[in-house]
Design a protein around this ligand. Structure first.
Ligand code: ADP
Ligand code: MG
Length: 364
C-alpha cells in the first residue's frame, strides 16, 4: 500500500509577548526541526498510531473517538481526526508512525507541529482540501477540544506559513501574514531553562483577565486598539497592576512594529535592543519572568555576538530566544551554560513552514 508522509516544523516567537490574544502583532519563525507523520490508509475504520519518541501505541475506531478514551499524547493527532469528522471532510482508517526531532514541551510548539502535520497527512491520504488558515484553525480546535488548551493561532500559523531566512509577521486580528527577510548572518538559539512554574496556568489566565479588564476600562475591543499616549493619559484612573499589564502589551505591539522596520532596514542591533526591552518589560510590567530566565538574558547581554535575547512564550519558566551572529553560537552556548548549568540550548535558523516545503529537512 502507498506510504503517505507529511511534515510540519516547530516555531519560535522572536518578538511580541502575550500579544496574540490581545489581537496584536507578533514576529515569529519556523525552526529547522519538526514532526513527521508517515503511514498508510486502511480498508476499515481503525486508526493505529505509534510515536517513535514516546514509544507508545494507541488504536481506536474513529466511530468511537472521544478524548477521554485515548492517551494524552495521542489527543493532538486524534483531535485533528475529530475535526475532520465534524467538518465532514473525507476520512477513513489509517496506520501512522509519528516521529520528530523537536524537544517536547520546550516552547518550540511540538504540539502545533504535530497537529499541522496530522492535518496535512489526512488531506493527502483522503483527498480533502483546506485553505491555509483553515488548516491552522483545525489544528487549534483539535488542541481546544481534545487537549483542553485554549491556545491562540500563532503557533499553528507560524508552523505552516513561515518562510526560510525570513521572520513571519502575524497580525493576530486579521491573521494576515507578511514575510520579512532575516539576515543569513544570524542564528537563533533557544535556551530552555528547564523551569516549569507550578502556577503557570493560573498565572497565564490571570494575565489574560488583566488584559481583558484593561481593554474594558479603556473602552476598546482589545489592547491592540490602544496607543501608548492613550494608555498614559488613563494611568491615574487605572489600578497600578492593570496599568502595567496593559503597558506591556501596548509596548510589545509597538516594539513588534519597530522591529519590523528594523528588519526591513537590516538593522539587527536595533532589533536586538527591542528584544532586550521586551524582556525588561516582562520583568517589570507583566511579571511573567523568573530568576532563571533573567540570568539567561543577563548572560546573553554580557556576551558579544548576541544581538538580543528575551523570554519566549508564556513565561514563568520555559525558554529564552537569542539572536546571535553566525559563527559565534558555541561561545554563546558556553556563556549561557556558565550562567545556568542546567540550560539546554538548541541552535536553529529561520526555516520554511509546512506549506512552503512538503519534505522534511534532513534530521540532525
Ligand atoms: P510544546 O508545544 O511547547 O512542545 P506542549 O505541552 O504544548 O509543548 O505539547 C507537547 C505534547 O505534544 C507532548 O507532551 C505530546 O503529548 C505531544 N507530542 C508532540 N510531539 C510528539 C511526538 N513526536 N510523539 C508523541 N507525542 C508528541
Ligand atoms: Mg504547545
Amino acid at each position: 500500500m502507498n506510504s503517505i508522509s507529511a511534515y510540519a516544523p516547530g516555531r519560535a516567537e522572536l518578538l511580541g509577548n502575550h500579544t496574540d490574544y490581545n489581537e496584536g502583532f507578533v514576529l515569529a519563525l519556523a525552526v529547522d526541526r519538526g514532526t513527521t507523520i508517515t503511514g498508510q490508509v486502511r480498508n476499515d475504520r481503525m486508526i493505529r498510531l505509534h510515536s517513535r519518541e514516546l514509544d507508545k501505541t494507541e488504536s481506536i475506531s474513529f466511530d468511537h473517538l472521544l478524548a477521554e478514551k485515548v492517551a494524552d499524547w495521542s489527543r493532538y493527532t486524534l483531535g485533528v481526526v475529530d475535526q475532520f469528522r465534524r467538518n465532514e471532510l473525507p476520512l477513513g482508517g489509517f496506520d501512522a508512525e509519528i516521529s520528530g526531532n523537536l524537544p517536547l514541551g520546550a516552547g518550540l510548539s511540538s504540539s502545533a507541529s504535530l497537529e499541522n502535520a496530522t492535518v496535512l497527512f489526512l488531506l493527502k491520504a483522503f483527498g480533502g482540501k483546506l485553505e491555509p488558515l483553515q488548516i491552522a484553525k483545525f489544528s487549534q480546535m483539535a488542541e481546544h477540544d481534545f487537549v483542553g488548551v485554549r491556545c491562540g493561532l500563532l503557533d499553528q500559523i507560524a508552523s505552516l506559513m513561515s518562510k526560510a531566512a525570513h521572520t513571519t509577521f502575524i497580525d493576530c486580528r486579521t491573521f494576515q501574514v507578511d514575510h520579512l527577510p532575516l539576515s543569513d548572518k544570524v542564528s537563533v538559539i533557544i535556551a530552555n531553562s528547564g523551569v516549569k512554574h507550578a502556577l503557570v496556568e493560573g498565572e497565564y489566565n490571570q494575565r489574560r483577565e488583566d488584559c481583558e479588564a484593561a481593554a474594558r476600562e479603556l473602552g476598546v475591543k482589545a489592547l491592540r486598539d490602544v496607543s501608548l499616549e492613550q494608555l498614559q493619559s488613563y494611568k491615574s484612573r487605572m489600578s497600578d497592576r492593570i496599568y502595567h499589564r496593559a503597558l506591556h502589551i501596548v509596548g510589545e505591539n509597538e516594539r513588534v512594529q519597530l522591529g519590523a522596520t528594523a528588519l526591513r532596514q537590516g538593522d539587527l542591533a536595533q532589533f536586538g535592543e527591542l528584544m532586550f526591552a521586551s524582556h525588561e518589560s516582562s520583568q517589570a510590567n507583566f511579571e511573567n519572568s523568573c530568576p532563571e530566565l533573567d540570568q539567561l538574558v543577563a548572560a546573553a547581554r554580557r556576551t558579544s555576538g548576541v544581538f538580543g535575547a528575551r523570554l519566549s512564550g508564556g513565561g514563568f519558566g520555559g525558554a529564552t530566544i537569542n539572536l546571535v551572529e553566525q559563527g559565534r553560537e558555541d561561545e554563546v552556548v558556553r556563556a549561557l551554560q556558565a550562567a545556568l548549568p542546567q540550560v539546554k540550548c538548541l541552535v536553529t535558523t529561520a526555516a520554511d513552514g509546512a506549506l512552503a516545503s512538503a519534505v522534511a529537512p534532513s534530521v540532525r
